[in-house]
Ligand binder design. Structure first.
Ligand code: SF4
Length: 405
């Protein structure tokens, strides 16, 4: 049978990701990192085509006819797909839909939590948990301003004292081969003798970061060990304080900043003393400063170098929070958010906590842009960096310069 040349297959390449939501269409190409974008589409035909492509999760290929093909906006869309090597429109010569193999399904199956019901499966399937563990050895101090996000978790108290469970915590952590980072957060009331013995017994391969005030470090409360990294919190009048330690290459000098002037000061200090610095924006009703330094723009999205699989993982879990576990001074294991299952290390293991958290619908591990206003109405929802501590703190989820309706 001869097919009349008035039907076409319009398809998106397997290495491209298409998202259409609320008349907003984007196609991201993972190979050349280009983005095609149409905002506020008012053409019914293009809207309809975008909708169909978006709902065809199997292969992103649909049939269109001559009339649709000739529509000016559709034609423009096809030209852009071709120019960016992200898709094509070919004449339909038979009834077999072109087979476009997508790696995307695999990512979806790998993270299908509805089929996971025990910890073994979770660990086997994800090979990610836990990836970062943070232990807090103190309570309410000046340092809380450095960690506002976990303030709530830290304020929970119980009868137990974390120092009595150091052996259990150590054995729990030892079980995981996927932990890449262990943070030890020290406060004014931290028992440094216990911390030092805990740190010294650690022979694991993960990176240990010890966070404390620079003065505590200089007073030699924390025993220096070349194997670990020390995050020392400072203010900009460091003065001569750091002369004795500035040449250690495993020290990061951390500064909380609220405005551009402070950033300039720190850059000057960094150049003058040749030290490694970390700048952490602190929110203090300084939204203009945040717009400049925190807000996401298109370049940030491209620079993430995302693969289509990465984007699909963003659809399912918040990679910023996922696998991060905190244990506070009183032994409560949490995700650091005030919406978390709180189990105590005195009665439970970190394993118990992971399993419970995975089944907790409101877990921050699954706090996704696609479910939250206004991002859920934006086609970038799975491309943007996952929701961050700042957004939770500000209760505002579109810290971006990208999509304004
Ligand atoms: S932050 Fe939200 S609104 Fe802004 S571009 Fe990303 S998904 Fe869209």
């Amino acid at each position: 049978m001869k097919f009349p040349v008035n039907k076409y297959w319009l398809y998106i390449e397997p290495y491209a990701y298409l998202k259409y939501v609320e008349r907003h269409l984007i196609v991201y190409n993972e190979l050349n990192k280009t983005i095609i974008e149409f905002q506020n589409i008012d053409d019914k035909i293009l809207n309809n085509i975008a909708e169909q492509l978006n709902s065809d999760t199997e292969c992103c290929c649909i049939e269109i006819d001559e009339k649709q093909r000739e529509n000016e906006n559709v034609s423009n869309f096809i030209t852009q797909l071709r120019t960016n090597f992200s898709g094509d429109c070919i004449i339909k010569t038979n009834n077999f839909k072109p087979l476009i193999l997508k790696q995307k399904k695999e990512a979806r199956q790998q993270f299908d939590f509805s089929k996971i019901d025990d910890l073994y499966q979770i660990r086997y399937k994800l090979k990610l948990l836990p990836r970062e563990i943070t232990l807090h050895f103190g309570m309410k101090s000046e340092y809380d301003k450095y960690y506002p996000f976990i303030d709530n978790a830290c304020s929970l108290s119980s009868e137990i004292d974390i120092y009595n469970y150091m052996g259990k915590i150590y054995n729990n952590i030892k079980e995981y081969s996927n932990v890449s980072t262990l943070n030890i957060i020290c406060y004014n009331d931290t028992n440094y003798a216990e911390i030092n013995s805990f740190i010294n017994r650690n022979h694991s391969s993960y990176n240990v970061f010890i966070h404390c005030d620079i003065l505590q470090f200089l007073n030699k409360n924390v025993v220096f060990n070349k194997k670990h990294t020390y995050c020392l919190y400072c203010n900009t009048d460091l003065g001569k304080n750091i002369e004795s330690v500035k040449n250690y290459d495993n020290i990061i000098f951390c500064f909380y900043v609220k405005n551009s002037e402070e950033i300039e000061k720190i850059q000057a200090i960094s150049e003058q003393l040749s030290i490694t610095t970390k700048i952490i924006p602190a929110y203090d009703n300084n939204i203009n400063f945040f717009e400049k330094y925190i807000f996401t723009d298109r370049d940030d999205i491209i620079e993430q170098n995302l693969s289509v699989d990465d984007i699909l993982v963003n659809e399912i879990l918040n990679t910023n929070f996922f696998g991060r576990i905190y244990v506070n001074k009183f032994g409560f294991i949490t995700t650091g958010s005030n919406k978390s299952t709180y189990l105590n290390i005195s009665e439970h293991s970190i394993n118990d906590f992971i399993l419970k958290e995975m089944q907790f619908n409101e877990s921050i591990w699954f706090l996704l842009r696609k479910n939250i206003e206004p991002c859920k109405n934006c086609a970038y929802c799975n491309l943007c960096p996952p929701i961050s501590e700042y957004e939770i703190l500000l209760n505002r989820f579109n810290l971006c310069n990208i999509y304004k309706k």
